[in-house]
Design a protein around this ligand. Sequence first.
Ligand SMILES: CCCCCCCCCC(=O)SCCNC(=O)CCNC(=O)[C@H](O)C(C)(C)COP(=O)(O)OP(=O)(O)OC[C@H]1O[C@@H](n2cnc3c(N)ncnc32)[C@H](O)[C@@H]1OP(=O)(O)O
Length: 265
Amino acid sequence: MIQIPNVPDGDNIPQLCHQTLVVPTAVLVPAPHGATAAPHGIAMTIGGVPPPRPHCCVSPQALCSVSPQDLAVPNAGWSVAMREQFQHLLRRTADGSWRRIPSYRRGLDYLPEVVQMVVGPVTGPGPRHFLRNLDAEGAGFEYAIFLHSSGHHAQCLCQLGPYLEGHHGFAHGGAIATLIDTTVGACALAVAKTSVMTAKLNISYLVPMPVGAVVVADSRMERHEGRKIFLSCRVHDTKGDTLYAEATALFIQVENTKPPPAARP
Ligand SMILES: CCCCCCCCCC(=O)SCCNC(=O)CCNC(=O)[C@H](O)C(C)(C)COP(=O)(O)OP(=O)(O)OC[C@H]1O[C@@H](n2cnc3c(N)ncnc32)[C@H](O)[C@@H]1OP(=O)(O)O
């Protein structure tokens, strides 16, 4: 048995970001696919392969014709520490000062107020949002982003799974960079309310991050000059005792209806 929270089925969660989830109540259910607790509390199947996520958008024809599944909610791959911190952050949404941003397998339709850049028709089953490209729960990035009502502060609760390992037992630096880019990107999107691209990302890796660690990436907008948005980010453990990395970033607002500029010589 593993503990999973009693959250609404992902397909039944309204797509509005302003929707606040009911704080989950823990219930005991049989572990899916023979899952058992792994080191750091990650649910793993016997043999080390995490259980697959259920599919919702599988056939090219039916792609996204059904309501996409919100993946920024607890699943069997979340450790106890991840669930507890999620519930803590979710409670803060009750007064409207924070909101949880839903997250899907494809697209960046997280923020309804943001008009996204159109780079071409979305067809076929292939492309996946980078952080949601693994079907195995708990194997890669498990995360939920929370946005402050000011729109200038984003926090990403994240558990980096075993498929993100670099040095043995530790998360790969590129995975940590991805977490940071996503968090500062969410903050920049909220500031810009239009598409943004990462122009610069400067990271200081301070302490090795164990695989399975539950961390919070905390990003703030520092200043906004024309199309340029300067941000900072700190990645720490849930108690704030360990600072794993800190970063600064520059995002550039781009027009919504044209593709990004071609590569320059
Ligand atoms: C809720 C979930 C949210 C998830 C968020 C996910 C975020 C993921 C974000 C990404 O990963 S984006 C992918 C990685 N980034 C890229 O591929 C960007 C590639 N580069 C570009 O497309 C262009 O270079 C870029 C859009 C960044 C800028 O091109 P522009 O032609 O629009 O800018 P322009 O050259 O006109 O410069 C505008 C200003 O920005 C400044 N600037 C541009 N690039 C810069 C740079 N690299 N460093 C410093 N400053 C830069 C430039 O000097 C100028 O400053 P001023 O206005 O003061 O003159």
